[in-house]
Design a protein around this ligand. Sequence first.
Ligand code: DAH
Length: 330
Amino acid sequence: MAKTKISLKLLKNKAQKEMLQAKDLKDLDIVFKKYLGDEGEVTLVLRSLKKLPKTKKAKIGKEANELKNFLKIKFAEAAAALKEKAQKEAELKEWFDITVPGEKVAFGHLHPLTLVQRKCEEIFQFMGFSIIEGPEMEEEWYNFDALNIPKNHPARDLWDTFYLKNGLLLRTHTSPVQIRYMEKNQPPLRIIAPGRVFRHEATDSSHEVNFYQVEGLMIGRDISVANFKAIIQEFFRRFFSKDVEIRLRPSYFPFVEPGFEIDIKWGDQWMEIMGAGMVHPNVLKNAGLNPSDWQGFAFGMGLDRLAMIKYKVDDVRLFYSGDLRFLNQF
Ligand code: DAH
């Protein structure tokens, strides 16, 4: 018995010493198996108990079991310590050299059409206009009828329209936003409505199936063409950062009377840049306003056209090409 007692104590010391020497979890596992594995030294002591006489069996069995439990706890502690050590070492390895030059992050930037739209918004906001949005998928009523373009009226041919299966259409211009806004808001009012429009047209260097417009609307008791001219002149002056000569040419749009086209002088050429006019009484009526109380002007200009002039781009399709060689120039 004395001998077993000594050997249990010996086992305990040996096992503890070897545990402390383990450099990593693999080492520790070997030590664990050596003492507590199937053929481990402590396991063997426990297994040999049945050969002992009863009195010894109880006493040694108790001590051997205590040793087993004790070692298990110690192994778990040692494993935890080793894990922590490994983690700390890994963290240290992540140390990096702060003197190495950083990698350049590639920044994106705004699309030229977005830049132009924002510039327009900024200028008109400065002049007291609110920025209003309308849906791209529109009802026939707002896109045509309410704008004084009845069914079967030849003027509908001016806009080649994408009709949708759900009974709606893709708006062919931003003018429907005029009606939507006047329905809900009482004059006096000043708004612009920038946005995307769609035309079922063959594409070429100056035509796309979708493009951007900015609609303008100003309604009051006595808003006149003179007000329009002053505002639009100021807009161009700010947009191109210089005085620009403009002219009004009589033209026809069903939703205005009189209607005109505005040209700007660019170099020695006149360039057509927008449609405009005094809002037609029928349009005011359709939006729920009394034409004998209210009057004003409306205009619609192509953002793409503005961007082409500002940035000297000769093909509108480039804006929609997604070609980085083009886009990176802005
Ligand atoms: N909606 C017209 C178009 O897309 C442009 C236009 C012309 C808008 C005259 C207006 C306007 O508000 O008064 O061709």
